[in-house]
Design a protein around this ligand. Structure first.
Ligand code: KG4
Ligand code: ZN
Length: 410
């Protein structure tokens, strides 16, 4: 089955085409045929975070170019024979205009694209309907509705967080070039993968810009929330602390680099931060106090030296990592689990990966993480999550699709 994945929940505009076969578990395989992804980080940098209406407009501009990349890489971008306003096309044009009434930037680009290009060989569309920023989600949803109508394709409504879970359970076979198709002269090779073999129940830790969640999975696609953040998400805390010490958005990767430098140089500890809720008997998290503690520290200083910024970054990263791992390990023990799945943008963090690997090796449990390139938002995770629902024929009625900012997994 060929699935077109669409992701616009936050500040990445992503479209991909994957081919997948088999069922969850043993015989599942997939290939990434084409993968287009445009980051809006630069556009949002001045706001120090994602500005919803700006995200909406940028998605409207970027979706068609990303679709083009995904199809071209897949060898599925073909010109249409009968171009121009044929009867059927002018009818389609009217409906497209209706569907995209609130996305003029998208209509302007999609209409000529559909007029010029033939329907690609695709079986279904998977689009993120939540959680995320509703204005941003709507652009992807309406794009999916427009394509569904033009190409007569069923739509699967995908949950963004399930995308992070599913992609973390996969194993990429060709790990040396993960960004797209690999060309060896005339030979086309695509990134391939399958699902890692593991045992249920599994504990899942989702750490991203909007979420911090500890989940128990007793079976495929069955989720039970154990705990979540009571205030800021981990990624949000990374981004806010980064901003306080003068680093650009998104701050996670910058904090990580500075922290690594502090460790390598063995800088002394100039700041001690709390480990919020570390010893409390709950699986919930809280990161806003940590952020405030950094603020109090920086407020007292007129200027922060480069060394001090690195010391702050390391202490912050250490505090976050300790709390995440302590709660996760408690869940591993309580539920006698042999598998831990970790996903979301923050799981790209080198230090967190290292400490997770050590902690789970010691406990004799398996750690499932995806390649760093696929930890942050992308459309492949959406296409994969969509595939498993498409297999069960769980399709949505296009006109009843709604953006669901706080969509849950269970
Ligand atoms: O999953 P994601 O791409 O988007 C959401 O669904 O929110 O996660 C984005 C978050 C941002 O807060 C970003 O700063 C953080 O992931 N992030 C990192 C790293 N790479 C991205 N945080 C810490 N270390 C990193 N290397
Ligand atoms: Zn995400």
């Amino acid at each position: 089955m060929r699935i077109l994945g669409i992701e616009t929940s936050c500040d990445e505009t992503a479209v991909c085409l994957i081919e997948a076969e088999g069922n969850l578990g043993a015989d599942f395989t997939f290939r990434i045929l084409g993968n287009g992804i445009a980051s809006q980080a630069v556009a949002h940098a001045d706001y120090g975070g994602v500005f919803p209406n700006l995200a909406k407009r940028e998605h409207g501009r970027n979706l068609v170019p990303m679709l083009e990349i995904a199809l071209r890489e897949s060898g599925a971008l073909n010109l249409r024979h009968e171009k121009g306003l044929t009867m059927s096309f002018s009818r389609l044009r009217k409906s497209l205009k209706n569907i995209l009434a609130r996305e003029p930037e998208l209509f302007e680009r999609l209409e000529p694209f559909l007029n010029e290009h033939a329907r690609p060989d695709v079986d279904a569309i998977a689009v993120t309907v939540g959680p995320g920023l509703e204005p941003a989600l709507w652009v992807g949803i309406n794009f999916a509705r427009a394509l569904s109508l033009a190409w007569n394709l069923p739509i699967v409504a995908a949950n963004h967080m399930e995308g992070h879970v599913v992609i973390s359970m996969t194993e990429f076979l060709d790990s040396h070039n993960l960004s797209g198709r690999i060309d060896y002269g005339n030979e086309k090779r695509y990134i391939e993968g399958n699902i890692v073999k593991f045992e249920f129940p599994a504990v899942t830790l989702l750490i991203s810009g909007g979420h911090t969640e500890l989940i128990l999975m007793k079976e495929w696609m069955q989720y039970e929330y154990l705990g979540r953040t009571r205030d800021d998400a981990v990624g949000e805390a990374f981004d806010k602390v980064a901003r306080m010490i003068g680093l650009p958005y998104p701050g996670g990767p910058h904090i990580s680099r500075l922290a690594e430098d502090a460790r390598q140089n063995n800088f002394p500890r100039a700041i001690t931060l709390p480990r919020p809720m570390l010893n409390e008997d709950t699986y919930d998290f809280s990161f806003s106090g940590l952020k405030t503690a950094v603020l109090r520290f920086t407020e007292k200083r007129y200027m922060l030296s480069e060394e001090l910024k690195k010391q702050i970054a390391r202490e912050f990263e250490d505090a976050v990592t300790e709390v995440l791992i302590a709660k996760m390990m408690r869940a591993v023990e309580e539920f006698g689990v042999n598998t831990v799945v970790v996903g979301g943008g923050v799981s790209a963090n080198t230090h967190i990966r290292l400490r997770l690997t050590e902690a789970l090796a010691e406990a004799g449990a398996k750690l499932l993480l995806c390649p760093v390139e696929y930890s942050t938002d992308n459309a492949v995770m959406i296409a994969l999550a969509g595939y498993f629902h498409a297999l069960k024929k769980e399709f949505a009625e296009p006109d009843t699709l709604r953006a669901s900012g706080n969509l849950l997994l269970a």
